[in-house]
Design a protein around this ligand. Structure first.
Ligand code: ADP
Ligand code: ZN
Length: 623
């Protein structure tokens, strides 16, 4: 790839002292992360850049900080309105002059922003790609003399990515219209091929390519064979009582069913999906942001706009369709850098549903036949990478890093089910496998997973009686297990290619060469015990609570909620959990000590210093 490749060379420019100053006064941070430093230097020197940093890596600071230094007005292009609004809220909390232009604003609001823009009051203007190119906004920006454009979620421009958005292609216009301006592309998930495509599509000029580390050491990953969605969900949520959690489902119906079930158990949970009306969705988002609910049960429609940084659990009850999607969705956990958990309930049945869905939606699109085939091939490839991840009995951190093209050097990671030794093999895997395979043979390779499992369990269903399958020698061989466990074991055999399956609407399980090797005893099998998670604490989780006064932390949280409610802002924009834990650990007793706590700059000290010092001293804060 063209460019400086600054991530692998050691040519960092000497730190500009103004950067540290701005960082401390506005954000209360004591230093930049290494790639942030390089990205900010590129911006300040007008060099194009492509910044690939995992979620939580700190991309936003890279475009937020430069205009404060040189007084410029910069533009950030972002795909979703909710995302922009959240950022503007968070920026306003530190007194940063920023605004967002989006559809659905009143004429008045729009004009007010234009006035501020023309008067040079804004350091950042957020807008959506279609709005940028289709509304005469470019003329206005040319008049103001904008010299830097940042394109967030830049992978949306590539058809090799997992989230291609045709309207992003229009960004190519920026280079033509603003030949003097520098362009800065940001994304969290880009394989090398997608990176090259971003550079080509945006016509970046010898960009500084800054690629961060994909690993998120504070997240612990678990993959648990799915046996019972509801029971397993309750069990995992039980580890995170009172904490922010996101539970992802594939279908809208599932989100509603599961949310209702959780609510019945007394959990503060609500569903979220694109089929709900905008008002309802907004209400749920706000309730989550304001901590009046703990759990959102959602389709993937939920997330892009969710910046709540203290999400402690992301639970997938079905398989995501790509590792990019998984990385992005799990990336919403632990953005404050504190330990968080990511659990995937896996069943290979999901792979089959996705496969037929991928084809169906491609065929329903208006693409040409050869384009349809290409799309199906690309999406199937993404899906199978996801499946391999779920099935592999190897370190999850290593597997994820390697997928994104990075070696992982610290196995065992102490933060995944495999390295923590939680996965357990079925004691007599080979024998169990043989029982299942011979049952498939006995029913003549003409039935699906469910029927085979019912025969093995010894269920007297109508179908079984009608076909005389209750007379088979394999009838009731696995009567000690329940239906889900037997289905799960059968799916594991499918996953490992030890059993075949036909396509179509009513797939039938079949034997293949490898099945026969197992049946003849020439091939040992390893199956995982269908289990629900017995999770151990990760090292990060233990460390993050080290020395924290939990009572004080909870009091600070309650206070934050009140302040946020009074201001009508999401709680995390007032303070994130990391800052609150630092306060509850260090118990600062003076304004100067408070200023030394990470995440507290001058604006926050002025706004909240007195209240926090009261809380630390055990007093009720004066409002
Ligand atoms: P991204 O956009 O890459 O997902 P964010 O910009 O939202 O990440 O940053 C993630 C978190 O890290 C935020 O809570 C942010 O305040 C924090 N953060 C960013 N840069 C720094 C820094 N230099 N020092 C301390 N915290 C930082
Ligand atoms: Zn591991």
């Amino acid at each position: 790839m063209a460019g400086h490749g600054a991530s692998d060379t050691a040519t960092t420019t000497a730190t500009d002292p103004r950067i540290g100053e701005v960082l401390a006064t506005w954000w209360g941070f004591d230093r930049l992360r290494p790639l942030q430093e390089q990205a900010i230097q590129a911006a300040l020197h007008g060099r194009d850049s492509l910044v690939v940093m995992p979620t939580g890596g700190g991309k936003s600071l890279c475009y937020q900080l430069p205009p404060l230094i040189d007084g410029a007005t910069d533009v950030v292009v972002s795909p979703l309105v909710a995302l922009m609004k959240d950022q503007v809220d968070a920026l306003e909390a530190i007194g940063y002059p920023a605004a967002a232009l989006y559809s659905g604003m009143s004429q008045e609001e729009r004009l007010a922003i234009r006035d501020r823009l023309v008067a040079g009051e804004l350091r950042l203007l957020f807008t959506a790609p279609e709005r940028l190119v289709n509304t005469g906004l470019l003329d206005l920006l040319a008049g103001v003399g904008v010299r830097r454009f940042s394109i967030d979620e830049a992978h949306c421009i590539s058809q090799w990515g997992h989230d291609f958005r045709p309207e992003y292609r229009q960004m190519a216009l920026l280079r033509e219209r603003f030949p003097q301006a520098s362009l800065h592309a940001f994304t969290a998930t880009a394989t090398p091929r997608v990176r090259d495509d971003i550079v080509a599509q945006l016509q970046l000029r010898s960009p500084d390519v800054l690629v961060g580390t994909f690993d998120r050491p504070n997240l612990s990953y678990r993959v648990v064979p799915r046996t019972d969605r509801i029971t397993q969900t309750l069990e995992v949520l039980g580890r995170h009582a009172g904490e922010a959690s996101i539970v992802y489902c594939i279908s809208r119906k599932e989100t509603e069913k599961l949310a209702a079930r959780l609510a019945a158990e007394g959990i503060l949970a609500r569903p979220y999906h694109a089929g709900l009306d905008a008002k309802e969705r907004h209400k749920t988002q706000e309730a989550f942001a304001h901590e009046t609910i703990d759990v959102v049960v959602a389709t993937v429609a939920f997330g892009m706009g969710i910046d709540r940084s203290d999400v402690r659990l992301v639970l997938h009850t079905s398989l995501p369709k790509s590792l990019e999607a998984y990385q992005q969705e799990t990336g919403r956990a632990g953005r404050d850098g504190l330990a968080a958990e990511c659990v995937l309930l896996y069943s290979s049945a999901d792979v089959f549903s996705w496969e037929s869905l991928v084809r169906k939606s491609a065929e329903e699109s208006e693409l040409e036949p050869d384009e349809i085939e290409r799309l199906v091939a690309s999406q199937t490839e993404h899906l199978h990478a996801m499946r391999r991840y779920a099935q592999a009995a190897r370190c999850r951190h290593a597997a994820l890093s390697e997928y994104f093209g990075q070696a992982y050097g610290t196995e065992p990671c102490n933060a995944c089910d495999v390295c923590l030794g939680e996965t357990e093999n079925c004691a007599d895997s080979t024998v169990v496998a043989q029982k299942i395979l011979s049952c498939v043979a006995r029913v003549g390779e003409r039935f699906g997973v469910r029927h085979v499992a019912e025969v093995l369990r010894g269920a007297k269903t109508d179908g079984i009686v009608r076909h005389g399958h209750d007379k088979l020698s394999t009838f009731g061989l696995l009567a000690a297990l329940d239906q889900r466990a037997v289905e799960n074991l059968t799916h594991q055999l499918l996953d490992q290619g030890l059993l075949g399956r036909t396509g179509g609407d009513r797939p039938v399980v079949t034997l293949n060469e490898r099945s026969w090797e197992v049946l003849k005893g020439g091939r040992p099998v390893v199956l995982l015990e269908p289990r629900s998670g017995r999770a151990k604490a990760s090292k990060a989780d233990v460390d993050d609570w080290q020395g924290v006064d939990r009572g004080l932390f909870e009091r600070l949280r309650a206070w934050r909620r009140r302040v946020a409610d009074a201001r009508g802002k999401p709680a995390w924009t007032i303070f994130d959990d990391k800052a609150l834990r630092a306060i509850a650990r260090e118990k600062p007793a003076s304004p100067a000590a408070l200023l030394r706590v990470k995440g507290i700059g001058e604006k926050r000290l002025a706004d909240f210093g007195a209240a926090i010092l009261d809380l630390v001293a055990g007093k009720e804060p004066a409002e």
